[in-house]
Structure formats: C-alpha cells, structure tokens
Design a protein around this ligand. Structure first.
Ligand code: NOJ
Length: 736
C-alpha cells in the first residue's frame, strides 16, 4: 500500500488552506520584491539580537528581524525606525523564545507532554501568544520537536520526550495555539518548529554533539512531528546545530529543500539557529564564514540568526556567481510572505499599555495551574500516604520548597518571580507548616542544615520534602553525566526517613532524574517537571487531595544514567530479555565465558527501567476490561476499532490516560517493540465504568520500509490498551 504520494498531496493541500489570501499576498510580495535593491534583500535575511547597536542599520534596511526585545515601548521605537525611516518601510518581525509561557509560565514542555492533554497544551500556547504579542513579539521559537531519549541531555526539558506520536500531538497543539485561527489577528504568533533535525540524538547526551541517524530512522522517528506541524501550517522552521551523519543541518540541502520543501510542501520561512551557519566553520564543514554563508543559503536557509555572514558576504557571493540572484529572491519571498501573513504591514505597532493588562490574567493563571496539576506524575504512593488528608501540622523542607525562580524552569526569560506561587506559600493555606529548608539550593552539599529538619520532623504529622534541580541545571548547554539528585538532597531524604514519619518527596526538576535510591527512602513521590508560575498551588491541590494526579511519563525513567539512551519503543533485538537476568553478584567466581542463553541487559541494573514510558499512578485504581477489536483481519482502507471498559475502582473521582500501543511482528526492517498510536484522558467518578473506544486507521500502521517506501506491510500485529507502555495483555490482528 503506497501512501507517500497521497500524503505529499495532503501536505500541500493543508498548507495552502492555512495561508490566508495566498494570491493577494503573493502579489504584494512580488510588487515589493521588484522595488528592492540587493542590499535591502540581504537586510531582510538578517536577524539580530537586541542589545546590538542596530538602529542605524534598521534605517538603512539592513535588519529584517530582531530577537530578544520584549518591552513594547522599545519594540515600537525600533519598529518606527523600520517603518518610517527605512526606504521601503518594511516592518521588523520581533521574536523571542516563548517556550512555555511568556509572563504566565506553564510547566516546561516535558511537563506539558506529561499531561497527555493536547487541548490544554493548545490553550497554554494561546495564553503565551496573547501575552507575548501584547508586547509586540509576533514570532516564537517554539515548539521544540526534538525526540530525546537521553536525560543527560539538558534540553530534554524543552521537548515532549521520547515518543514520535506524543511529540506530534503536542507539537501540533502548540502550533495551533500560538498561531490561532487567523494569522493577521494581532494575537497570532508565528510558531517555529525546531531544531531540524536530530538535535536530541546528541551522542552521550552532550549538547551540540554529533549524531548518527539513518535516513530510515529520521523518517520513522525524527521527521513525523515536523511533517505534521508543517501540515498544521507552522509558519517557520529552525535548523539545528548538530550534524547528522556528517552534514550540519544548516548546510543540508537534502533536508531543507528535498524533504522540507519538495516532499512536504513547506511554504514558510527557514531560520538558522543562533550562529549555526557560522558554526559550520568550527564543524570543519566550511572554510570560513563566507563559505558557511554560501553553503547555508544554497542549502535553503532564508534568514540568518546572529552569524552576520549574510550581511557581510552575500553581495560578494552573488557577484561571484556562487549564489544565484534567484536563490536570494526566493529566500526574501519567504520572509516577506511571513510578514504579510502576520499583517505586520497593516499593524506594525502595538498598544503599549496592553502588555501589562493581559499579563497574568486570572484565566491565564488558571490554565497554568491546571497544566501543572495535570503534569505531575505520581511515581509511588505506599500505603496511600497521599493525599495528606488527616495531617494537620507538616514539615515543609528541601531546596525547591520556596524557589520561585527555579520552579519556573529553563527558558522562562519573562516570567517574574514576584508572581510565582511556591509550594511553601500555597501549603501554608492548608496546614500548620513548619519550614526548615535544610539545603539552600539543589546543589548545596552541606549537611549542616539537615539535623534541624530532622528535629522538626519529629514534631509533625507528615513531612513533605521538595527536592530536584535548579532551573539552570537543565536546558541548553546544561547536560550532565550523572543525573542523581545533586548536593546533599538524597542524604536529607534518608535522614528524614529515619524519623519514621510519613515522608512525601516532591521532585521539581528539568529532566527524568535517577531517583531509585530516593524512592526507597520515602513513602510517596510526586514528580513535577518544573511546573511554572502556579506550581505551588497545583502541588498543594495534589498533596491535599483537592486534585488527583493524572500525569503520565513522556519518558522512560532510568535506574542509572549508564542505561541511557533508553526508550520503550526501541527496535527488537535478536536476544530480547525475557525477564530472567543473572545479575552481577549471581555470577560465580571464575565463571567460564558464556553468552548462550544471555539476553540484552546490564549485569548491574538489569534490563528494565525504573518506570516505563506512560507510567503514572493515581489516588484511585483503574481496571481495564473487555478489551476487544472489531475484526481479526483488516484490509488497507479499514479502520481498527478497539473497545474497552474502564472502571475507577477506588474512592476518588479521577482521570486515567488510556493508551493504545501496537507492534508489527515481522517487518522488512526490524520494527519497534511497541509504538504508541492513540491516547485518551478518560474522566471517571469513583466507582464509575465507561465503555470507551479507540479508532485507528490501518494506514497509520505505515512505516518507511526496507525500500524506503512509506507502506503498511501486511502481516500479524499485536495491540495493547493499558495505563502505561509496560502492562496489559496483547490482542492479535492481521493486515492482509
Ligand atoms: C539557541 C537555541 O538552540 C534555540 O533553541 C533558540 O531558539 C535560539 N538560541 C534563540 O535564542
């Protein structure tokens, strides 16, 4: 079954629908382009960061876009120079990393993914757009679609985790939320899908590192979210810093022209990452900045972020015939089209009083709080310690209990500490709180404050310890080789456990840390990826039981960093683990060399993860029953219908994220062990049963096969409906 051509046509159709009044815009672009000098065209291709001395350059038409200014007065001022003083009056496009909120900060993207709630994520992106555009920011560098399977990589914080399907749902939701229905609406903010491509596969999880990803793996794993966002009308795309198989993305014509433009029909604008054109010199891929400029423009990059190579060298490169005038015209067309699409020519300025009026609006804070509630993952709850219903007096301890800056997480430039509600502040409304931080910050290695916390623990009904990572320990350029809790945090938890009091640990972090040893020293653990402005209130609701956890992990939790990269949907090995492992201390002394009977696992950590992808507990229990598929055999045009009953067997009204996984048993290439294909948040009252269904078109079983064709290969499959990626019994079906 060949779906490739159908899908390409679909992409073109979707994109042309998303562009309002395309013909009229094209006409305006051509009229303007015809009036431009080569220098003015090059100016449009140049993006500079605020803080650089640029107002003279703007008046000369040498700047097309500015990043990193957010004050509406300043934005209007530079815009006035562009519109009123430059020869053609072309407005600037102002951009910013609005990654998980602008003023009202939402959970970091990995936390948003843990909600498995695309509608809520779309709402959050809309809030971000409303707040940012009120300042004059009409372009955000988000969503980050990089699949990340190694928590040592600091930027795992910024994406949706390890799974292409979840990544796609979250990415599309963000694009829709940022851009809204009508690009010319002043609250529409252009999305930028990034980093194209493979950046999250950095070897060893070390930021900016090389990657080795086959074309098939790109197509099956790394491309899908980008392609879906292109189909959803994403207006811009950013190239990545890394190379894939020796080719830095910013100079990779196959990626930017053959795949993005030709195959997917992208008609938006492509920007480099910060100096990623210039960095091709350090890669040893370009001789100098001039050569890098030539390579990146010819590869299909339209706008240069901060290498300054375009303004310096494009004219000479055109004169020397190394870049065609037509290539420059096409790049400038993409840039002007974006500016027309956003209505910037008609509405270049912003109402300077608006930004403060819309920031932190009550409905924005409510959406941020709901996102933080839904993103928290309950990893352990021995003896139903949580929620803390009967406790009156509690000890609040740990370095993240009252860390308003750090709970905002990475890339929260514009969120303000003063508006942040910390867990300490929130819990004081519910309990008599004794506060002993014990450690000043997450890396604090001094144990001097621990005895005071332990002494305080003896006088309370329960202990809640907020540990984790400061915001700066994850995000760009902040990779780690060890991902245990830093400083003396594990010692603190251990010391508290010795008091015999109920211990609740809340981890507030930017990545899935290795917390196995800490789990042993607490009764309950709630995991909250940096939860943002309203994190404190959200966590207090969960701790008291006003809200019930429903978050599921968008990544595999590792037992040890040495297991990375580790992800649930890995290709099957020839010696899969069957659950029997001989571990390090089971091996007799002087044991003979043997490999037969052994399987793919580590002698020290075994095979399994600490928690699988999709995992998360609730205060109630859910039971899946009567899972049935409508047929045993399907044809290519069919839709698989899966029905099941889901019962809330406990005492709390709650929401379960039901997940549908599939495995293609035999393929022309080795297939993943399991793949997430659908999920749904199902709300259930205590004791309620709902009859639910998933529908999955057989066409969605397609993959890039041995002949590099996108096909559904007939054969046998298995299917699971379960609450995570590691449980449930498979049902069999076939595609003929
Ligand atoms: C570098 C980062 O890689 C990218 O994600 C970001 O958007 C740009 N800097 C602009 O700040």
């Amino acid at each position: 079954m060949r779906l490739k051509h159908l899908l390409i046509f679909g992409a073109l159709f979707a994109v042309s629908c998303a562009a309002p009044a395309g013909d009229e815009i094209d006409r305006k672009v051509e009229d303007l382009l015809a009036k431009m000098t080569l220098e003015e065209k090059i100016g449009q291709m140049n993006q500079v960061s605020g803080g650089y001395q640029f107002s003279g350059e703007i008046a000369k038409g040498n700047v097309g876009s500015i990043l990193n200014i957010v004050d509406p007065v300043e934005i209007n001022a530079v815009q006035r120079v562009a519109v009123e003083e430059s020869r053609l009056g072309i407005p600037l496009l102002v951009s910013r990393d609005v990654i998980h909120g602008f003023r009202t900060i939402f959970p970091i993207p990995i936390g948003l993914a843990a909600t498995f709630d695309p509608a809520l994520v779309e709402q959050g992106a809309r809030v971000a757009a409303v707040e940012a555009t009120a300042s004059g920011v009409r372009w955000t560098f988000s969503p980050m679609l990089d699949i990340a399977r190694d928590p040592r990589w600091g930027r795992i914080a910024e994406g949706s985790g390890e799974d292409p399907y979840l990544d796609t749902q979250m990415g599309v939701a963000m694009v829709k939320g940022y851009q809204g229905e009508d690009f010319t609406d002043p609250t529409s903010m252009a999305a930028c899908i990034k980093h194209f491509v493979g950046y999250g596969a950095a070897e060893g999880g070390r930021d900016y590192n090389t990657t080795m990803i086959s074309e098939r793996a790109l197509r099956n794993t790394y491309f899908p979210a980008f392609k879906a966002c292109v189909e959803a009308g994403a207006l811009t795309l950013m190239t990545s810093f890394n190379d894939v198989d020796g080719l830095p993305s910013t100079g990779n014509e196959w990626l930017l022209r053959d795949i993005l433009r030709e195959e997917w029909g992208f008609d938006g604008m492509v920007v480099t990452d910060w100096n990623s054109s210039g960095e091709m010199v350090a890669h040893g891929f370009a001789e100098d900045l001039k050569h890098a400029t030539e390579l990146s423009i010819n590869a299909g990059v339209d706008m240069d972020m901060m290498s300054f190579g375009y303004v310096q060298y494009v004219k000479a490169l055109v004169d020397e015939g190394k870049i065609k005038a037509e290539t420059i015209d096409n790049a400038v067309r993409n840039i002007l089209k974006l500016k027309f699409r956003l209505g910037l020519f008609e509405n270049p300025y912003v109402d300077e009083s608006l930004a403060r009026q819309v920031a932190y609006a009550p409905e924005h804070l409510a959406a941020a709080k709901q996102s933080a509630v839904e993103s928290a993952i309950l990893l352990q709850n021995n003896n139903d310690v949580l929620p803390l219903k009967s406790a009156k007096r509690i000890l609040v301890t740990g370095p993240m209990a009252d860390a308003p800056y750090d709970q905002l997480g990475t890339w929260a430039f514009d969120g303000e500490e003063a508006y942040t509600v910390t867990p300490l502040t929130a819990l004081r409304k519910d309990y008599e709180v004794v506060y002993e931080p014990a450690l000043a910050y997450s890396r604090d290695a001094s144990t001097a404050g621990i005895p005071a916390a332990v002494a305080a623990a003896r006088s309370v009904d329960a202990v809640v310890a907020f540990v984790g990572e400061e915001a700066i320990l994850s995000g760009e350029a902040h990779s780690l080789s060890q991902i245990n809790l830093q400083g003396a945090q594990s010692e603190l938890i251990k010391a508290l456990k010795a008091t015999g009091k109920p211990i609740v640990v809340v981890v507030i972090a930017g990545r899935n840390l290795t917390i196995e040893r800490d789990l042993e020293n607490c009764d309950a653990m709630l995991y909250s990826f940096h939860p943002g402005t309203m994190g404190g209130e959200a966590l207090a609701d969960l701790i008291t039981g006003r809200a019930v956890p429903s978050g599921k992990s968008p990544v595999t939790f590792l037992r040890d960093a040495g297991q990375a990269p580790f992800y649930y949907n890995h290709p099957m090995t020839g010696r899969p683990n069957s659950g029997t492992e001989t571990l390090l201390n089971d091996i007799p002394l002087k044991a003979g060399q043997t490999s037969l009977g052994c399987t793919s696992y580590y002698l020290d950590t075994g095979y399994g993860p600490l928690f699988p992808f999709g995992y998360g507990l609730s205060y109630t229990k859910f039971e899946y029953a009567n899972i049935a598929i409508d047929k045993a055999e399907y044809a290519e045009g069919d839709t698989i219908v899966v029905e099941y009953d889901l019962t809330n067997t406990g005492n709390y009204d709650a929401t379960e994220v039901a997940q549908l996984y599939v495995r293609d048993l035999v393929g022309s290439v080795v297939r993943p062990v399991k793949e997430l294909k659908r999920f749904e948040r199902v709300e259930l009252k205590a004791g309620e049963t709902k009859h639910c269904r998933f529908e999955l078109p057989v066409a969605e079983l397609a993959f890039w096969n041995r002949d590099m064709e996108y096909v559904v290969e007939p054969g046998n499959f298995q299917l699971w409906v379960a609450g995570d990626s590691a449980t449930g019994e498979p049902l069999a079906f076939a595609v003929k």
